[in-house]
Design a binder for this molecule. Structure first.
Ligand code: GLU
Length: 285
């Protein structure tokens, strides 16, 4: 892959805890790529879920990145301050009949899935069985008028019908990879409690900020199929992607807060110099 130009990368953590070496690896991958090419490196705080995110962690993220020696260009985008942007995107999709309100509770969905012979699974778990997509219009209007709590789901069959050709994306070192967004089913784009979803906000912001190379962990590789579909539906530009391997611990398992991955600030407290932390995160020198 020839690097996209101008090269704009980003690091987009969710402030649900302190950064550990796995995060540092991800941040350094984007930062290095941008700095080596004379491009831009952006920082975005993905904090739309107020039940899981905390401002203190957002502040700690910036402090820890600065300690590591990373700098970023322009102001930090804090997603929770821009909910109107995501609302406007949802409205545009609604106006084209590409979303439907879903009134199902988790137990409604579980019951329906348990009662069906073959319940297909997608990257995020069992697929939604399409119950509210098939609701008669009058019933839907009635429930909306009664303000029954609802999420908004992408009408996947309609979205796929909008595609003039199969989707794909450019992955560093691998060339073009074919997408299969159908395996997400009628994915939720706005939850009952949080009026937007990760998939919606991340694709919106990458387009808004002119990100040309998305660097992130390979755990998010499957999500790219859906992101490409949203980019197509919204007429947003297509970035290139570089999904990196996840850093593993000595036991060969992925680092996560749960496995006790060491927070960067603990390394700092132990007197580990930033250069050594960068090397531990896979970026020596
Ligand atoms: N906010 C996401 C996370 O912390 C990353 C989003 C992305 O890089 O696309 O897992």
């Amino acid at each position: 892959m020839t690097a996209p130009w101008p090269l704009v990368t980003r690091f987009a953590p969710s402030p649900t805890g302190f950064l550990h070496l796995g995060h540092a690896h991800s941040a350094l991958a984007g930062w290095r790529a941008a700095r080596q090419a004379g491009g831009r490196f952006l920082l975005r705080i993905e904090d739309i879920d107020a039940t899981r995110c905390q401002p203190t962690f957002a502040a700690a993220i910036m402090e820890d990145l600065a300690w590591l020696g990373l700098d970023w260009d322009g102001p930090v985008r804090v997603q929770s301050r821009h909910m109107n942007d995501y609302g406007r995107t949802l409205d545009a999709l609604k106006a084209r009949g590409l979303l439907f309100p879903c009134f199902c509770t988790r137990s409604d969905i579980a019951r329906e899935i348990a009662g069906s012979a073959a319940a297909p699974h997608g990257p995020d778990g069992p697929l939604y069985p399409g119950t509210c997509r098939r609701l008669p219009v009058a019933e839907r209007q009635d429930r909306m008028a009664q303000a029954v709590p609802h999420a908004w789901r992408l009408d996947m069959p309609r979205a796929l019908a909008d595609l003039p050709a199969p989707l794909s994306f450019e992955e560093a070192g691998r060339g073009r990879i074919a997408c299969d967004p159908a395996r997400f089913g009628d994915v939720v784009l706005a939850r009952k409690e949080v009026p937007a979803s990760y998939h919606l906000c991340v694709t919106h912001d990458d387009a808004r900020d002119g990100v040309t190379l998305v660097t992130r962990g390979e755990d998010l590789l499957p999500a790219t199929d859906l992101h490409r579909l949203l980019q197509h539906l919204m007429g947003w530009p297509e970035p290139a992607y570089a999904h990196h391997q996840l850093l593993t611990g000595r036991d060969g398992r992925r680092l996560s807060k749960r496995d006790g991955a060491v927070p960067l600030r603990d390394l700092r407290a132990r007197g580990v110099p930033p250069g050594e932390a960068r090397a531990m995160a896979g970026f020596p020198g």
